[in-house]
Design a protein around this ligand. Structure first.
Ligand code: AR6
Length: 169
């Protein structure tokens, strides 16, 4: 069972073994945390993403799946890219959102990582209501029962940090 901590700030400066990127299926970059990770990590990350698209992932990464690359110039050793679902009021996609966390933790464990940091997947451009995005995150990380020793939930605002601490209690 992992220890779970909450911090507020920028995930690109966190020095866990793995940081997780809330990517899109193209793996070729975007805004939000994805843009921040590619900017701070330098071109090596995009190079590996392009290689994945040319080899094992020609159609991109499916929603809920996870794949690892170098972390380039970041303090972390690996970036795990995962694709959260776009929020829908009609269609319950929360199991897919939890899969992002579960599959990232499984991949981190297989890499031998001892620590991992997550942003609030789908909590920005993909439109998930923040309180439910946080609840899904906390439930998934707890249920995953991972061997990764330390999980850091990186909140990008004090409001998200408060919601996260409340969900953990
Ligand atoms: N560190 C930590 N959290 C951050 C940072 C940062 N540097 N920057 C933003 N956040 P989003 P999504 C928070 O939109 O909803 C991209 O264009 C942000 O405040 O990054 O999964 C991708 O390419 C929010 O709480 O990811 C996709 O197209 C959370 O990270 C799409 O957006 C997630 O917001 C993915 O959308």
């Amino acid at each position: 069972m992992s220890g779970i901590d909450v911090i507020t700030g920028d995930i690109t400066v966190v020095d866990t073994d793995v940081i997780v990127n809330a990517a899109n299926s193209s793996l070729l970059g975007g805004g939000g945390v994805d843009g921040a990770i590619h900017r701070a990590g330098g071109p090596a990350i995009l190079r590996e993403c392009r290689l994945l698209r040319e080899t094992t992932l020609p159609s991109g990464l499916e929603t809920g799946a996870a794949v690892a690359t170098t972390a380039g110039d970041l303090p972390a050793r690996w970036v795990i890219h995962t694709v959260g679902p776009v929020h829908s009021a009609r269609d319950d996609r929360s199991a897919t959102l939890r899969e992002c966390y579960i599959r990232s933790l499984r991949l981190a464990s297989s890499l031998g990582a001892r620590s991992i940091a997550f942003p609030l997947i789908s909590g920005g451009a993909y439109g998930w209501p923040l309180d439910d995005a946080v609840d899904q995150q906390v439930r998934a990380v707890k249920d995953a029962n991972s061997t990764v020793e330390s999980v850091v939930l990186v909140a990008f605002s004090e409001k998200i940090a408060d919601l996260t601490r409340r969900a953990l209690r």
